[in-house]
Design a protein around this ligand. Structure first.
Ligand SMILES: C[S@@+](CC[C@H](N)C(=O)[O-])C[C@H]1O[C@@H](n2cnc3c(N)ncnc32)[C@H](O)[C@@H]1O
Length: 319
């Protein structure tokens, strides 16, 4: 599996110092916050895989069930040779139906911030798709990622409703940048979670086994591990709530006490009940998302709605 040519020269020192700067900045401001991209160290990626197994977490299973139908339809539309670029690739199960149905896929470049996890997933994929040139790209898709020379047209793939972690404005910016990265005559396939009953959403982000809570709290463990922190993690609690007006799940870590700790040599203070905002997950009606993508220069070619309108997928073409 050729891995080195396309992989961005990943600068671990730059990542570490950006992590430190973002964390100290995020924990010392009045409205404390941490970027969800920092959930995904090795342990965080494993917790996310466990979340995907949960009955309550419908987005993963619903999209996975929809994908063979999507891939079959795509095979009737996408007839050229392609390099597929996946944003936020994770464990690489969702790309399989696409690779099974699209005959013209020559290269596959999955981008993920969680490098070890990505390389392991690519090694498993390569066993079953030896005819495809698989090039893992460890990098941050919110920044420009160097892909190197690719074969054929570029086809983006962004499943998992990871786009929902952006605000609508950030999602528009991401789509505009993706259009530049993918170039002329490109397509992108995107999975987007839909607006639905608050009850279903609350269950999905507050599972009975407490795995989402562990995933959320792991960001504090990571800070302690990597930034010489002494945050008393057991004195924080997971909280996730659907904001119907914003159409968004907001995930927080709430301090159970007034407390003080140190991170990267800085004093951090928490009032009792003060929270750190760790993730937003925006939900869209299909027409809302199509309009958002259009404002970033992407025309909707086809849309798919899963049973019960639980999840949506789209094929967009660059204008
Ligand atoms: C919600 S998971 C989705 C995983 C997979 N695509 C799926 O649909 O099951 C988000 C994935 O995006 C990766 N990720 C999150 N923020 C990222 C960023 N800024 N740059 C690159 N990868 C990122 C995480 O490591 C994780 O694998």
């Amino acid at each position: 599996m050729p891995t080195s040519a396309a992989r961005k020269q990943y600068d671990a020192d730059a990542f570490e110092s950006e992590f430190e700067t973002d964390v100290v900045d995020g924990l010392t401001r009045a409205d404390k916050q941490l970027s969800p991209k920092y959930f995904y160290d090795e342990q965080g990626s494993r917790f996310f895989d466990q979340i995907c197994e949960l009955d309550e977490y419908y987005p993963y299973k619903t999209e996975l069930r929809l994908l063979p139908l999507v891939a079959r339809d795509l095979s009737r539309i996408l007839k050229d040779d392609y390099s597929v670029i996946e944003f936020g690739a994770g464990s690489l199960l969702k790309i399989r139906p696409i690779l099974d149905w699209l005959r013209g896929v020559r290269q596959f470049l999955p981008i993920d911030i969680s490098g070890e996890h990505l390389r392991d997933a690519c090694a498993s994929l390569a066993v079953d798709y030896a005819h495809i040139d698989i090039r893992p790209v460890e990098g941050d898709f919110t920044q420009e990622v160097e892909l190197g020379k690719t074969v054929g047209k570029r086809l983006g793939f962004f499943p998992g409703s990871t786009i929902g972690n952006f605000t609508p404005q950030q999602a528009r910016d991401f789509l505009a940048t993706a259009k530049q990265t993918l170039g002329r005559d490109s397509y992108i396939i995107i999975g987007v979670d839909t607006k639905k009953s608050t009850q279903i959403l609350h269950r999905a982000y507050n599972d009975a086994a407490g795995i989402t809570a562990k995933f959320n709290l792991n960001i504090l463990h990571r800070i302690n591990r990597e930034l010489s922190g002494n945050i008393p993690v057991e004195r924080f609690e997971h909280y996730a709530h659907y904001d119907t007006q914003a159409g968004c799940i907001k995930m927080h870590l709430v301090s159970l006490d007034k407390q003080q700790c140190r991170v990267a040599g800085e004093d951090i203070h928490f009032a009792k009940g003060e929270s750190i905002h760790t993730e937003s997950s925006y939900k869209y009606r299909p027409d809302e998302f199509i309009a958002l993508a259009a404002s970033a220069g992407w025309d909707c070619e086809k849309e798919w709605l899963a049973e019960g309108e639980l999840f949506s997928m789209f094929l967009f073409k660059s204008e």
